[in-house]
Design a binder for this molecule. Structure first.
Ligand code: ASP
Length: 592
């Protein structure tokens, strides 16, 4: 048996000229490890891949090697005992070493057919082996191909991400992500005349909303800020006549981290001239329907148009502006004290049918911690099978059996707490994976993906210091019928803003923008009380004859995480930051 250490470039040129299959073109292999079938028996092939730990059966018997690449596993058989040296070297290879082999495809004996493998009817009889790269590190974890319950701590996976990426789940996620982004590009550019434009990530600091990362320059007094979104650039593109823009944009925000946040993330960013909110909603719905049709090929097509709900109804009935509509358990008032901020509210439904008292109490405690609400007392009402929570020292009596959980206290805290409890109940009952129809109260709840537009957000809200801030960003236009309130009651103004929510996750937000420079300046200066000169570039562009415009950004990582049902955003990003914002692989940030 021949054993060669270096494959020459000529071999590559020769192979790639004769190949037809796309995953093998330009590569030093004739086939992937996932594609040989009974119909290929007799073919001479070149395969490359990783070897697992190999166990040799007896001193003289053949050696079986399940060679693996990103497309599958093909069983190799090394029969040739005349070259014992090669056989011995193979048997002693550390796992995850890379080899390349030449051989011919043979049919497996009937008794050896492996139905669990797509290549299970054949094996490749090896003629020569190239030991391409021997692995020389101790593996930090085992790479199993069936990794539904991969038990390895995420930090370890992130430290050795290049190995983690070899796992089937990560391969599937990243490959699907690539297909989805190329379907979106095709839809936007080939079918709808959008133009892909890259905008700078080195930007200036402005009060757009989120906290920015600063970048020092050679001039010790001057800093760039990393763009938190291409918002201002995309608006200036509208002034510049690029009337249908999109970009897969990297955005950077130095904010508190949560499971569904990364300091660096990707948005599908869109902007159009001469559009209204309906046009933006239609565009996004059609993009998603295109993905569902052409990439996911889901049996159940998306139901268009998506439902709409006002911000008020969402926060009232679900305690959040991103309600998960796959299950019921709505929140409702039991009683409301007139002229007071206090309320008794409850979660509808017989919770004790699904959760024990202890389980429910645990969820309440978790929700209280996450929402920063201090609970006074918790009491179990045996006769009604319901749990009563008191926030602060409100006295209340509750006797309604349609509620499985009741809470009393300041209205906004009660709603926030109940909203969080409701979504924890949803997670706890595995509703994120599979909806049990019994728990749903509407037909809508039977669907796997519950998309929802949340509309009529307040344009402004109160910030932590009691000042006025933009609910989204300062460029959102007010509803035209509310414009008169700008001078005397800005908090009552509704914004022309929409959020897209799916299964309780906010996957997008957009708006019609202010194109009147005077109105923009007034909002910045008089309502938000920020220095409007930092937006001179934008104001000048609006004054230059900027067409009316609007747009939206979809969180692409979040969208992909929903599509692949990932537990975390990190599972759809090749090299994410860890839960606390660090890159564990390259150990950054680091001191200089
Ligand atoms: N720039 C906004 C954001 O990043 C999205 C938009 O309004 O288009 O949230």
């Amino acid at each position: 048996m021949a054993c060669f250490r270096k494959a020459g470039f000529d071999l590559c040129r020769q192979l790639s000229r004769t190949l037809s299959s796309s995953v093998n073109s330009f590569a030093l292999r004739s086939h992937s490890c996932g594609e040989l079938r009974a119909g290929d028996v007799g073919k001479r092939v070149t395969l490359c891949g990783w070897v697992p730990r190999i166990r040799k059966l007896g001193k003289k018997g053949p050696l079986f090697i399940p060679l693996r690449d990103s497309y599958g596993i093909t069983q190799l058989v090394v029969n040739d005992q005349s070259d014992n040296e090669v056989s011995e070297s193979l048997a002693s290879l550390p796992p995850e070493s890379v080899i390349s082999i030449k051989g011919f495809v043979a049919k497996r004996p009937d008794s050896m057919v492996n139905k669990a493998l797509s290549t299970g009817e054949i094996e490749v009889q090896v003629e020569s082996v190239d030991f391409v790269n021997e692995s020389s590190i101790a593996l930090p974890f085992q790479l199993s191909s069936t990794d539904e319950s991969f038990p390895v701590h995420e930090d370890l996976r992130l430290q050795h991400r290049y190995l983690d990426l070899r796992r089937e789940e990560m391969q599937r996620n990243l490959r699907l992500r690539s297909k989805v982004s190329s379907a979106i590009r095709h839809f936007l550019t080939s079918l709808h005349g959008f133009v892909e434009v890259e905008t700078p990530t080195l930007f200036r600091r402005t009060s757009e909303g989120a906290r920015e990362f600063l970048v020092p320059t050679r001039d010790p007094e001057k800093f760039y800020a990393l763009a938190q979104s291409p918002q201002q650039f995309k608006q200036m593109l509208m002034a510049g006549g690029i009337d249908r823009y999109f970009q897969f944009a990297r955005c950077y925000r130095d904010e508190d981290l949560r499971a569904d946040r990364q300091p660096e993330f990707t948005q599908l960013d869109l902007e159009l001239s001469f559009v209204d909110m309906g046009g933006i909603m239609n565009l996004v719905e059609e993009i998603l329907a295109h993905i569902w049709r052409t990439v996911l090929k889901e049996e159940e097509p998306l139901q268009l148009p998506f439902q709409q709900m006002s911000y008020e109804e969402a926060t009232n009935s679900y305690g959040t502006d991103k309600p998960d509509l796959r299950f019921g358990f709505e929140i409702a008032d039991v009683s409301n004290w007139e002229d007071s901020d206090l309320a008794v509210r409850g979660i509808r439904g017989n919770l004790s049918a699904f959760l024990s008292r202890e389980e429910l109490e645990k969820l309440v405690e978790k929700a209280a911690e996450e929402t920063n609400v201090t609970i006074g007392t918790m009491k179990w009402n045996k006769s009604q099978d319901s749990l009563t929570i008191r926030i602060g020292d409100t006295e209340c009596s509750m006797s309604n059996t349609t509620f499985g959980l009741l809470a009393s206290g300041p209205r906004d805290k009660v709603s926030r707490l109940l909203g969080r409890i409701r979504s924890l109940i949803g997670n706890r009952l595995s509703l994120t994976k599979n909806v049990d129809n019994e728990l749903t109260t509407s037909d809508a709840g039977k669907r796997k993906y519950e998309f929802l537009w949340v509309v009529n957000f307040p344009l402004f809200s109160i910030d932590d210091e009691g000042g006025v801030k933009s609910t989204h960003h300062p460029f959102t236009a007010p509803h035209s019928s509310d414009e008169a309130l700008l001078d005397y009651d800005p908090l009552k103004i509704r914004g022309q803003h929409i959020d897209l929510v799916v299964n309780g996750v906010e996957v997008g937000g957009g708006s019609i923008r202010i194109h009147d420079a005077d109105q923009q300046e007034k909002i910045l200066r008089d309502v938000l009380k920020v220095d409007a000169t930092q937006f001179d570039h934008l104001l000048r562009s609006l004054r230059s004859g900027c067409p009316p415009h609007g747009g939206i950004a979809l969180g692409f990582d979040r969208l992909m995480a929903v599509i692949v049902e990932a537990a975390s955003l990190r599972d759809v990003v090749a090299f994410p930051k860890s839960f606390n914002g660090r890159d564990l692989l390259t150990k950054s940030p680091s001191t200089l």
